[in-house]
Structures are given as structure tokens and as C-alpha cells.
Design a protein around this ligand. Sequence first.
Ligand code: AKG
Ligand code: MN
Length: 224
Amino acid sequence: MMRSSELAALGRSRPASTSIERIGPRASVLRAFALDRVDELLAGMGRVVAAAPFRYMVTPGGFTMSVALTNCGALGWTTDERGYRYTTNDPESGRPWPQMPEALARVAREAASEAMFDNFEPDACLVNRYLPGSRLGLHQDKDERDYGAPIVSISLGMTATFLFGGPRRSDRPMKVPLQHGDVVVWGGEDRLRYHGVLTLKGEPSPALGNQRINLTFRRAGQRN
Ligand SMILES: O=C(O)CCC(=O)C(=O)O
Ligand SMILES: [Mn+2]
């Protein structure tokens, strides 16, 4: 996998505004990392949403999530009264989840590599849509088959406050503002840290208006 220095050698240097903030031993925020890829990310996402529209899923506890979601890739994350799990097919259409657009997978691989996780090959991309008032409670990402691969999370649109906690739900989370184009990567000893998103509010985004889109890439099935 290529690092920035190698990309620069190929004439693909990152915008000057890019910087890395460590938020854990194996967790970092890559500021503005996806900014020069927004158009291709949105185009790819548009194709995914056309085939598998956003929907509001129900938690096992019977609550409807305030975040709308869909998926692309070989596996897609779903929740219903029976629990959380990954499925190969969209339960709404019965068809396989749309393929993960190569442009999305590429940014995820490059972000993982930049954060020192080589050979990340995502097989699942969960697409979350937040509208003002949407929130995501503290949780761990633990429905994946093994935790060897990192989570790569791209933020687009409105700025949100990401909560990044510890290994226990009761650990006080740090608050990390995430802006359009920022990418968070966590893995290794940080892989199971609790995290969530505070209720979305504030200014509309010049790029996406009154919404925030989050693309979360995972290795959910067998490892490569
Ligand atoms: O929207 C975010 O920044 C985080 C999303 C997330 O944690 C998830 O989808 O599991
Ligand atoms: Mn999560």
C-alpha cells in the first residue's frame, strides 16, 4: 500500500491542509484526507443509494434509529428485532448489497495505509446519513468476524462531534469535531473502543446542505 511520500513521488500529493491527529495508540484523525476525493465518493455513493436506498432500521430493543443507513460491498450491516448482523443481501429488496465502488475502496485503503494499517481490504461499507437531530449512541463495532482489521470512517457534509471513548462504556469519551473530508481510522489495541456521534446540529454544509454522510469501511467476514 502506498504512503503519502510514495503518492507524492507519483505526483499524487495530498492537499497541504492534510494533517494527522493521534487520538489513541492505534487511532488517528486524518484531517481533510478525503477532501480531494469528494466528487468521486459522492458519485459512487449515489449509485449505491439508487440501488439500495437509505432506510431507518430498528434496534433489537425495538427503537427506530435516528440515523438512516444503507450498505455496499459483499456484506452489509443490518439490525432488526432479532439483532445486529452482517448479511450478503439487502433485506428490503432481497438482492445482494450493491458492489463497493472502487473509488470508495481506494480511499479507504489509502487512509488505512496512512494510519499505518497495511493491506486493508474492506468487504463492507456502511453508509450513514445524519439529519439535524440524528445521533448515534456509544457503541463498539464488534459484529465483525475478527478484529484484526481497522475501521476506516469518512465524514462528509455537516460537522459533527465524534465521541471516542475507551474499552468500557463508562470511560469518559473525548470529543472530536469531524469536518467534511476528515477520516478517522482505529484498529489494533484501539479497535474495540466505544464511540458515537452527538446529536447533529449547526450550520448546513456548503457541499451537502443539512446532512452529514459517514462512510464506515470494515473487514466483516473472513480475513484476506
Ligand atoms: O458516523 C460516524 O462518525 C460513526 C459511525 C459509526 O460508528 C458506525 O456506523 O458504527
Ligand atoms: Mn461504530
